[in-house]
Design a protein around this ligand. Structure first.
Ligand code: 5GP
Ligand code: ZN
Length: 137
């Protein structure tokens, strides 16, 4: 299933050329056009899923396998010091292209990549609410 207005559908399916690091029947891994760091890549399924909640678990599992394989190559080949595997869902989480993708971001000592948050405090109320949620079927 392809969304005709989706740029990542076009890239993943080869209608728009891209710097491709890996391709198989189901996925394409490309270099990000506006990289956070040297080697920043994106894992794209060829089928259109908007986000984590639409992608089936088995496809997600295989995407993770592809992410691991390409990440290892980037990490070793680029002599990175660390690595972030990121995946954004929804505008408030930073998603700008609404076709599921995983970010592979090599990290280098002293780089300026901004992935982080200000640590909060887990309140008793939140803990109980969330634990109760997780117990629901
Ligand atoms: P998001 O913010 O949705 O998690 O990530 C979208 C990513 O796609 C961004 O890092 C952005 O730089 C990248 N991107 C957007 N359009 C294109 C494109 O046409 N080609 C490539 N290679 N990357 C793109
Ligand atoms: Zn798409």
């Amino acid at each position: 299933m392809k969304d005709c207005n989706c740029i990542f559908c076009k890239i993943a399916n080869g209608e728009i050329p891209s710097a491709t690091l890996y391709e198989d029947d189901e996925f394409r891994v490309i270099l990000d056009l506006n990289p956070a760091s040297k080697g920043h890549a994106l894992v794209l399924p060829k089928e259109h899923f908007a986000n984590l909640f639409e992608i089936p678990a088995d496809v997600l599992g295989r995407a993770a396998g592809v992410a691991k394989k390409v990440s290892e190559k980037l990490f070793n080949g680029l002599h990175a010091d660390g690595f972030n595997l990121l995946q954004n869902n929804g505008e408030s989480a930073g998603q700008t292209v609404f076709h599921f993708h995983m970010h592979l971001i090599p990290r280098y000592k002293g780089d300026t990549v901004g992935v982080g948050w200000k640590p909060g405090t887990l309140t008793d109320e939140d803990r109980e609410e969330i634990l109760a949620l997780s117990r629901q079927e």
